[in-house]
Design a protein around this ligand. Structure first.
Ligand SMILES: Nc1ncnc2c1ncn2[C@@H]1O[C@H](COP(=O)(O)OP(=O)(O)OP(=O)(O)O)[C@@H](O)[C@H]1O
Ligand SMILES: [Mg+2]
Length: 351
């Protein structure tokens, strides 16, 4: 039987074993997820140390490292799960957004594996994966809920109406939160990744430097990080030009509060406005300790249930791709072998 005929007739299982592959940036990751909620294995190989001397991820280096790591990563994920390839029900793979060369490695590998095993190939939108990390964190989590998404490329407040329908209430008009942290880190003399490094510096400082309020006087769920980032850069340059001393710790602390308090505030307004009870969080920025504490405190005060994935599920990983892949598998959102990587897709896209 031909591959496409075979997968069309494959029966859907509520406890399907999905092998997920993620290679959109510098992590080569593979995971086996059962029934969209249970992580049987998770392997992440990062090429981060190769990029640090360049101050950010170098696409060509990331692609080459994926090529070297992908087979080992997948083999380990399957063996750690205590299964064999023949036990798998589907292969889920990130097809966008991300670095095109990096995505292509995962997509090509997943296509070949799905074809050779005769099982469905499920394309996954990376950002929807960040949202679905919530389903692995709280096995009872069911829509509707609000998701605060804060990552290296996205900052958005999403009304997750059901498993498939997202209403993006607002997003960043310029830089993403993580991107702003990474740029501010550089001007403070810190290495990539900016979020944990700025957080470390901020611990020794106080929030005593006035920085411009974001979109002052404007209601709604949009964000803008470019003014805040520029204010920090100008502050540093002006002090340096005048030969004046300043506290990098205080600047890091003030920037961190200005960048993150607003996320918590707007997310909780959205929960209230929609009449929901739950706030879920996703994306690499939500691994930041200050943000996590603030979310816990404010949700506690307002009686909002917080679904806060553990740090390794906030940053890029393949388990979240398996969780989202399971939802798309249930919808029979399969790809054929013409599936291509796509560098830019909308938060809502599934194909
Ligand atoms: N251990 C960590 N703790 C806190 N933040 C981190 C950590 N590691 C990376 N980050 C931050 O997370 C951000 C990247 O998040 P993520 O990996 O989710 O984004 P991305 O995959 O590059 O972009 P997107 O998901 O929007 O396509 C960076 O800004 C980085 O500084
Ligand atoms: Mg990401």
């Amino acid at each position: 039987m031909k591959y496409l005929d075979k997968i069309k007739t494959a029966s859907l299982k509520q406890d399907a074993l999905i092998l997920a592959i993620e290679s959109s940036c510098d992590e080569t990751a593979a995971s086996v997820v059962k029934g969209g909620r249970e992580i049987l294995s998770s392997v992440i190989m990062s090429s981060m140390t190769e990029h640090i001397p360049f101050g950010g991820v170098v696409p060509e280096i990331a692609s080459r490292m994926h090529t070297t790591a992908i087979s080992l990563t997948v083999e380990k994920a399957v063996s750690d799960a205590g299964i064999t390839l023949g036990d798998l029900d589907a292969i889920a793979v990130t097809y966008g957004s991300g670095l095109i060369g990096a995505l292509l490695v995962g997509v090509s590998y997943a296509k070949a594996l799905a074809y050779s095993l005769g099982i469905p190939l499920v394309p996954v939108n990376h950002v929807r994966g960040h949202v679905s990390a919530g389903y692995l964190t709280d096995k009872e989590l069911t829509p509707p809920f609000i998701c605060l998404l804060a990552s290296g490329g996205h900052t958005a407040i999403i009304d997750v109406k059901d498993y498939y329908t997202y209403d993006v209430l607002g997003g960043t008009l310029d830089d993403a939160a993580g991107e702003a942290f990474d740029k501010v880190a550089r001007v403070l003399g810190l290495q990539y990744p900016g979020v944990p490094n700025v957080e470390r510096l901020a611990k020794g400082g106080e929030n005593n430097i006035e920085l411009p309020a974001m979109l002052k006087g404007k209601k709604g769920y949009d964000f803008s990080y470019s003014g805040l980032k520029t204010a920090v850069i100008n502050y540093v340059h002006s002090k340096e030009q005048k030969g004046e001393e300043y506290s990098k710790e205080d600047l890091a602390c003030s920037f961190q509060s200005s960048a993150l308090d607003i996320l918590v505030k707007k997310a909780l307004i959205a929960v209230k406005e929609r009449g929901y009870k739950t706030l879920s969080v996703g994306g690499g920025v939500s691994a930041n300790g200050y943000l996590r504490e603030k979310l816990q405190k404010e949700c506690g005060k307002k009686g909002v249930k917080l679904v806060l994935p553990e740090r390794k599920l906030c940053t890029d990983n393949a388990s979240m791709i398996g969780a989202e892949g399971f939802l798309q598998y249930l919808n029979k959102n399969y790809a054929d072998l013409t599936l291509n990587a796509n560098a830019f897709i909308e938060i809502t896209a599934t194909k």
